[in-house]
Design a binder for this molecule. Structure first.
Ligand SMILES: [Zn+2]
Ligand SMILES: [Zn+2]
Length: 646
């Protein structure tokens, strides 16, 4: 008999050789129908693989990340089988899972191509194989055997993969008429897959190396229910409409110029003003929490980053040093603000009475990303962090952490990000030698983060071994309106930089001590945050933030003068508005301005001029009736006023 331990700590005895699926079945047959893979002592296994030793078990459903992985991996195998059916002689590269779905890189037989017109028949074939409920069977094979199989098949890509593997670690998986080299795990059988869609075709060099042959990459996604696929496809359509690159152009927020350089965003006036309002909002919040503003330059001497350790770690893959006419003088574009802030801390001696010190800066940093990795505002080469560094005593850490969480939560609430989870990254349980800083301080910091998140009632996952070598951290992942996850703010404890920069404060014992440093950026970067905000709101920004709050539409040219008078009055009330005095019919003006996502349209004609009023239409809410101009102004200002009531 073997002992199986469940996540809740319950222990049950089973016959040696029992499978995860049988364990699930012993609990309930309904549960067993949903189990797609199992976790055995921290490794993901096929639910049908025999368990021969005592083990901790987790039962994964499609909803779990591990479950999706097995599900989509299995789907890739079936897609490969279907492709082999239609394209005999096809050679297969790799077929991994991705965040949403999977792909397979294939080398089509001479003269053959795949287009979107072929998708339907391939999908139908996949579903036919799925309906056959073929088991995925795992066999361990010797390297020799593996090489023999794929030599016979004539697949040089698999042969290359096998030659890199160590003998004794190689497994094949077979379903129906198809065998693939794979580590697994997979579904118990193909029947779990009820819906599949091929999404896209792209070219991809074998092993990502442009010296190699270009293969065809076929993307797909699959689900255990048809309804889930329908919802996913609807989400994709909506996501395309909300793409921040598309909306950024339509709403005139930002642009890129080949001449300026790839990955270097240019903020247009409307975008710059929006960003400025976000920055002012954050500055105001930070002021209330005792942050002090600092400003540092965009470059620093190479020596600065040698001291901080950034040069050794990232130097080779970064923008290369800038040289001056003076020999041996080298500067680097600032990849991080922290080293500068450490020097600011050092500019005067500190006592425990001065701590905590909180330096905040909207600091622009530059990081080299390969051009293929660049993406709109979310992956850029120059970006501005809403950065701050807190220097405190080890005993102040928890309170400071709590306050940073408060700021992050307040910001998310104000900007209507209701759905988010946090990830706590802690040390590896088994190997503590690779971390800098005393055990005692680490204990204190890890405990502080765990307690702080508990006290705030945050939904949290704890990841052991994910901490940086210099300290534990807390990351915020928000879900946008379409349910997509985005990594935003980070709070990171750091024992390393205070050491490297020899930061000190005089304690109450009159001795010198090292402060602890906290890095924090609630938005992450202004660029990334604005991108997420655009996609989350579909460009319908909150009233306080939106570039134009109202547009005035005269019903005909006769009322253009009155429209301008309204504009001046609204300007006096600090309401951001414009006049659409084009010589167009009013219906056309309304339709055009709907597209610009301006919250209020103010229509003016004879009646309005006579009454000194405006007819108000609210975006998405229709006619709101006639308002005196000053009443409309106070309506808007009232709505915005509550923003900073902490
Ligand atoms: Zn596989
Ligand atoms: Zn930092």
């Amino acid at each position: 008999m073997i002992k199986i331990t469940f996540p809740d700590g319950a222990v049950k005895e089973y016959e040696k050789g029992i499978t995860g699926l049988e364990v699930a079945n012993s609990i309930s047959s309904r549960l067993a129908k949903e189990v797609v893979a199992v976790g055995i002592n921290g490794e993901t296994w096929d639910a049908t693989r025999p368990i021969n030793t005592d083990a901790d078990i987790k039962l994964y459903k499609f909803e779990d990340a591990e479950g999706k992985d097995a599900f989509w991996h299995s789907s890739a195998h079936i897609m490969a089988e279907a492709l082999e059916f239609f394209y005999p002689g096809i050679k297969l590269g790799i077929g991994p899972t991705i965040e949403n779905g999977f792909y397979y890189d294939v080398d089509l037989p001479e003269g053959k191509t795949i287009s979107e017109n072929d998708f339907k028949k391939i999908e139908d074939k996949i579903l036919e194989i799925a309906r056959g409920k073929h088991e995925f069977t795992r066999t361990e094979v010797s390297k020799e055997e593996a090489l023999k199989t794929f030599t016979e098949k004539g697949d040089e890509y698999k042969l290359e993969l096998i030659s890199d593997l160590e003998d004794g670690t190689i497994t094949f998986y077979k379903q129906n008429n198809f065998t693939d080299l794979c580590r697994g795990p997979h579904l118990p059988n193909t029947g779990f897959i009820k819906a599949i869609k091929l999404l896209n075709i792209a070219g991809a060099y074998w092993r990502g190396d442009e010296k190699n042959k270009q293969l065809t990459r076929v993307y797909g996604i699959s689900f255990p229910k048809q309804k889930m696929l329908t919802e996913y496809l609807e989400m994709l359509v909506e996501a395309q409409k909300r793409d921040h690159r598309k909306l950024g152009k339509e709403l005139e927020l930002f642009t890129f110029s080949e001449r300026v350089g790839k990955g270097l965003p240019l903020w247009l006036p409307k975008g710059a003003m929006l960003r400025e309002r976000l920055e002012n909002f954050l500055k105001e919040v930070q002021k209330r929490y005792g942050y002090l503003p600092v400003i540092s330059p965009h470059i620093g001497q190479k020596e600065l980053y040698v001291t901080s350790g950034h040069y050794a770690k990232y130097g080779a893959d970064s923008f290369q040093p800038i040289h001056t006419p003076q020999e041996d003088e080298e500067f680097l574009l600032k990849p991080m603000n922290c080293p500068h802030h450490c020097e600011i801390y050092k500019s005067s001696p500190k006592s425990y009475k001065d701590l905590p010190v909180r330096y905040a800066e909207f600091g622009t940093v530059y990081r080299y990303e390969q051009s293929g990795e660049l993406h709109g505002l979310t992956r850029v080469r120059g970006f501005t962090q809403d950065d701050a560094h807190i220097f405190c005593t080890p005993d102040q850490l928890k309170e400071e952490f709590n306050k940073v969480i408060d700021i992050v939560l307040y910001i998310f609430k104000t900007l209507d990000f209701k759905d988010f989870i946090t990830q706590i990254s802690l040390r590896d349980k088994d190997d503590r030698s690779k971390y800098i800083g005393s055990d005692e301080n680490w204990e204190k910091a890890e405990q502080a983060i765990i307690e702080a998140t508990q006290e705030k009632g945050l939904e949290t996952v704890v990841e052991y071994g994910e901490a940086a070598f210099y300290g534990p951290k807390l990351d915020f992942m928000v879900k946008d309106a379409l349910g997509r996850k985005w990594q935003l703010g980070t709070i990171q404890v750091d024992y390393n930089l205070p050491e490297r920069f020899e930061l000190e404060y005089k304690g109450s014992d009159n001795q010198l001590h090292r402060p602890v440093m906290i890095h924090r950026a609630p938005f992450g970067s202004m660029e990334r945050f604005v991108a997420v905000l655009i996609e989350h709101t579909a460009g319908k920004f909150p009233l306080w933030l939106t570039p134009e709050q109202a547009v005035i539409l005269p019903v005909s040219e006769k009322y253009n003068d009155y429209a301008k008078k309204v504009l001046n009055l609204l300007n006096n009330y600090d309401i951001r508005s414009t006049v659409d005095d084009r010589n167009e019919k009013i219906g056309r003006k309304i339709r055009d301005n709907e597209l610009k996502r301006i919250p209020f349209m103010l229509i003016v004609g004879e009646k309005e001029e006579a009454e000194n009023s405006v007819s108000v239409r609210k975006q998405g809410d229709g006619d709101k009736g006639t308002y005196k101009i000053e009443d409309f102004a106070s309506l808007i200002n009232e709505e915005i006023k509550d923003l900073l009531s902490l």
